[in-house]
Design a protein around this ligand. Structure first.
Ligand code: UT7
Length: 329
């Protein structure tokens, strides 16, 4: 089938209002602003309020995306929520969102691909459109990571933030613009390097799980770092090759925002100069599946993302999973 089959017709974002700085962590954990900035590039991140969840943040982000796409919630044929921090184990966050939006014609389901979830979601949405499952699909990357992070563990607490970003993926090409390539992959042999070991059906929630704090995220940071650099590089190469473009033609690269050092290494490998790379990790920290759509919306709002641009999106996360897409915006 000839691409583009689909394009991104509208973006929206929800950024929680509470700002938590590195200094706030340094007051209660053995860490410092200097360590966090040097090792990660993060200066501050957002924490959702108690009443905010992935579905409510996604709902708030969706209004702008629908308006931008010129449609209403009733025009959506599917809602895909990529999240590692769903509102509940059952039902899907996508169903909770479907009800809040009144998207009465939409199928709804979650995908679990961690930080690569938004790329996986775009890939699935394009496939659904190609097989006749509707004209408009909502792809959400939303996270309330602060709820699954041990706030007393300095090695993870300082990294993660909350937020949601959404994209309406619509049928056809807009003036020849749209999704030119997609790529996604995984290696589950490395599952234990970034995991929540407890609280699932393999080790259901119990006093032991809570006492061991194994219902929170655990990460072997240095190992994850090494794989992130390698797999993000593969993902860049594949999306660029499959799109039939050259690295020097990329106008804007929007990588997953985990660590400024991973972003720098990925851009260098892909031969994309740093001035063409979107960076929000300093302001939002790592928001997992939400990081790419949040950065895209930020790029659009600040005038860095314009129609006609060649855009490379690339992600890596728990699983491990990784993926990429090239879009003519
Ligand atoms: O989102 C998708 C996947 N996630 C990622 O891509 C994250 C990948 N990993 C990373 O970004 C980095 O590995 C981290 C930022 C998590 C850690 O940076 P690092 O340079 O790999 O540090 P490290 O884990 O090797 O730790 C170095 C030292 C250790 O002390 P010793 O053993 O050298 O004495 C840690 O205990 O830094 C210590 N440390 C800290 N010190 C101050 C760990 N966390 C902190 C902290 N403040 N918050």
């Amino acid at each position: 089938m000839q691409r583009p089959i689909a394009h991104i017709a509208g973006l929206g974002v929800c950024i929680p209002t509470r700002v938590v700085t590195n200094h706030d962590f340094a007051e209660r954990l053995e860490t410092s602003d200097q360590w966090i900035v040097e090792r990660t590039g993060i200066k501050e991140r957002r924490f959702a309020a108690a009443h905010e969840t992935v579905s409510t943040m996604a709902r708030d982000a969706t209004a702008a995306a629908l308006a931008r796409a010129g449609i209403t919630a009733k025009d959506l044929s599917a809602i895909i929520v990529a999240t590692a921090s769903p509102d509940r184990p059952l039902p899907s966050t996508a169903c909770l969102l479907q009800a809040q939006l009144g998207a009465e014609n939409a199928a709804a389901f979650d995908i679990a691909a961690a930080c690569s979830g938004f790329i996986y979601g775009i890939t699935i949405a394009e496939g659904l459109i190609a097989t006749g499952h509707g004209d408009h699909i909502l792809v959400v990357g939303g996270e309330k990571l602060t709820a699954i992070t041990d706030q007393n563990d300095r090695s993870t607490a300082i990294l993660f933030g909350d937020g949601a970003g959404v994209a309406v993926v619509s049928k056809g090409a807009r003036d020849g613009r749209g999704i030119l390539s997609t790529f996604f992959k995984s290696d589950g042999r490395l599952a234990d390097l970034l995991t929540i070991p407890g609280g699932g059906t393999a080790d259901p929630i119990s006093e032991k799980v809570v006492a061991e704090r194994s219902h929170f995220m655990r990460m072997a940071g240095r190992e994850v770092f090494k794989h992130a650099v390698l797999e993000m590089a593969e993902a860049c190469d594949e999306a660029i090759r499959r799109a039939g473009v050259k690295p020097e033609e990329i106008d804007l690269m929007v990588p997953h925002q985990a660590n400024i050092r991973i972003i720098d290494a990925t851009a260098k490998h892909a031969n994309v100069p740093l001035e063409k790379v979107m960076v929000t990790v300093d302001r939002y920290g790592n928001t997992s599946a939400a990081s790419i759509p949040m950065a895209l919306a930020d790029a659009e709002a600040s005038g860095r993302l314009k129609p006609g641009m060649l855009v490379l999106l690339v992600a890596f996360g728990a699983g491990f999973t990784w993926g990429s897409t090239v879009v003519r915006w």
